[in-house]
Design a protein around this ligand. Structure first.
Ligand SMILES: Nc1ncnc2c1ncn2[C@@H]1O[C@H](COP(=O)(O)OP(=O)(O)O)[C@@H](O)[C@H]1O
Ligand SMILES: [Mg+2]
Length: 236
């Protein structure tokens, strides 16, 4: 039995750093009620690039993140992360890849209620097993402006603070790919700008390929590129 990390390494190709979706389609539902969530999507996100995906509810934005993050297998097409074809990996290899190479940030931070901010990061690092590539949890909390609240639990933090911890947790394993679903949906205008500015800085400084789904036109100024999604299709 090959170690999952080895499976990832074995499928790596030298070409195509970052995220590449090639002709990806996703059909959901069954029988007579199927939905085309993704319709022949082509997308490249380079290392160090923050891409914003705009679109109405039901457009397929979360489906795009699920397929890019190896949470859902596409019905057709290929998904590559740093050249590795993740659609070809077995489920165990996909899970290892998610833990080691991909960071997820959700709308409300999705923190574990019982853990302090620092332990959220330590736990993520522990689960990934990626201690060598990882960043120091306390230092990273300081970099996102949360060093002084490292001992606080989620209920002792504001929405913006929880989101900062969620971003730090996603970055602690030094992922190649960061997938962010509506990070500012629960935040006021000033906090929204802070959070997306932070995402942009981390993306640029650490060469992460970042995809951020948003409804928030206000924060697009911090993004490198914007694409629109409607009925499962992407346009510039
Ligand atoms: N598990 C599912 N089964 C069937 N249809 C789904 C499922 N998840 C999402 N959909 C449908 O797929 C389409 C895209 O959904 P989604 O990716 O969540 O859009 P968005 O994030 O842009 O709101 C929608 O029509 C939605 O109703
Ligand atoms: Mg969604």
């Amino acid at each position: 039995m090959t170690h999952p990390t080895q499976q990832i390494a074995d499928t790596s190709a030298p070409t195509g750093a970052g995220l590449v979706l090639d002709d990806v389609s996703l059909t959901l539902g069954d029988g007579d009620s199927t939905v085309t969530a993704l319709d022949h999507v082509h997308l490249t996100v380079a290392p160090g690039e923050l891409l914003a995906v705009l679109g109405p509810s039901g457009a397929g934005k979360s489906s795009l993140l699920a397929v890019a993050g190896a949470l859902t297998r596409p019905t057709s097409g290929t998904v590559r992360i740093d050249g590795a074809d993740i659609s070809a990996l077995p489920s165990s290899g996909q899970a290892a890849l998610r833990r080691e190479r991909i960071g997820f940030v959700f709308q409300s931070g999705n923190l574990l209620p019982a853990l302090t901010a620092l332990d959220q990061l330590r736990f993520a690092l522990h689960v990934s097993g990626g201690k060598d590539r990882g960043r120091d949890p306390q230092t990273l909390l300081e970099q996102v402006g949360m060093g002084h609240k490292a001992g606080r639990r989620p209920h002792e933090l504001s929405g913006g603070e929880r989101q900062r911890v969620g971003i730090a947790r996603a970055l602690v394993t030094a992922p190649a790919l960061l997938l962010v679903d509506e990070p500012t949906a629960a935040l006021d205008r000033a906090r929204s700008h802070e959070v997306v500015r932070l995402l942009a800085a981390e993306t640029h400084e650490h060469g992460v390929a970042t995809v951020m789904v948003t409804h928030d036109h206000d924060v697009l100024e911090h993004c490198d590129r914007v694409v629109h999604m409607e009925d499962g299709r992407l346009s510039a």
